[in-house]
Design a protein around this ligand. Structure first.
Ligand code: SAM
Length: 244
């Protein structure tokens, strides 16, 4: 899969894309990055990419022309990608969106800065995506969030594929609690069932604890959860176990 990024700050991407899972995946050519400096497509000697907003007001707005020219370059060089603009006004990014994007051959992430992009850029992209209800200084960190979430579901990127299958949000459930050595630390012990070697009991415990975590930490997710008969039993047991 190709990730193209249009940004005014290409340096931001250097270190995050050169580490860990992402680095290994690009070494294996499972993913490829084109980090494109929008400034290279500015039409004047000063390489101007922003200007004052029409109608007045604070800050600067990113001009449409350099972004448009950068998009033309992407299309003539690599073909038309799916364009996603990072903006706090976009649809909230979630695991289902990551999975949908993971099936694309080529995605182009457009990063805003300053007061954002000229509104006409929105007509040139396919989707607007937000990583949460807060305002960041630029779209680069949101783009990296998307790159990370999308990459890890591309087959072969995460070494042990099982670890992707069970993760939080695969279903609208948080992941079950995880432990590693030592068995006991400062009086805090690993649940004995995980040491039992009984796979069926471990499966049942994990399922119940995933439901418990979701009920306690993210009860809103339960509205989208379709419990099996076994899940229904777990929910009733958990309710009885909750004090008061
Ligand atoms: N004035 C804009 C507004 O109120 O919607 C915010 C502009 S923000 C300071 C600059 C850029 O950061 C945006 O164009 C966008 O690319 C990026 N950005 C900020 N917060 C974001 C978020 N929550 N999700 C995605 N992108 C975000």
């Amino acid at each position: 899969m190709i990730f193209t990024v249009l940004t005014l700050f290409p340096d931001i991407f250097q270190s995050p894309l050169q580490a860990s899972i992402i680095k290994k995946a690009s070494d294996k050519e499972l993913i490829r990055f084109n980090i494109i400096d929008i400034r290279d497509f500015a039409g004047d000697v000063h390489k101007t990419c922003d200007d004052k907003p029409y109608g007045g007001g604070p800050g600067m707005v990113m001009k449409i022309e350099p972004i448009y020219r950068a998009m033309e370059f992407v299309e003539t060089t690599y073909g038309r990608p799916r364009y996603v603009l990072l903006t706090p006004q976009g649809r909230p990014f979630d695991q289902a969106t990551a999975e949908r994007y993971g099936r694309l051959a080529h995605i182009c992430l457009v990063c805003g800065r300053y007061e954002g992009v000229d509104e006409r850029v929105i007509d040139c992209v396919d989707e607007e995506v937000s990583i949460g209800d807060y305002v960041l200084s630029g779209g680069e960190i949101p783009a990296l969030v998307l790159i990370d979430a999308i990459s890890r579901i591309i087959p072969g990127v995460v070494g042990n594929e099982g670890s992707v299958v069970d993760e939080s949000f695969k279903e609208p459930l948080l992941e079950y609690p995880q432990y590693t050595r030592p068995e006991a630390f400062m009086g805090m012990e690993v649940p004995p069932v995980l040491l039992s070697g009984n796979h069926e009991e471990i499966r049942r415990w994990r399922r119940k604890e995933a439901i418990r975590k979701t009920l306690l930490k993210r009860p809103d997710l339960m509205n989208r959860f379709t419990p099996t008969e076994e899940d229904g039993r777990f929910i009733r047991e958990i309710m009885e176990e909750i004090p008061g």
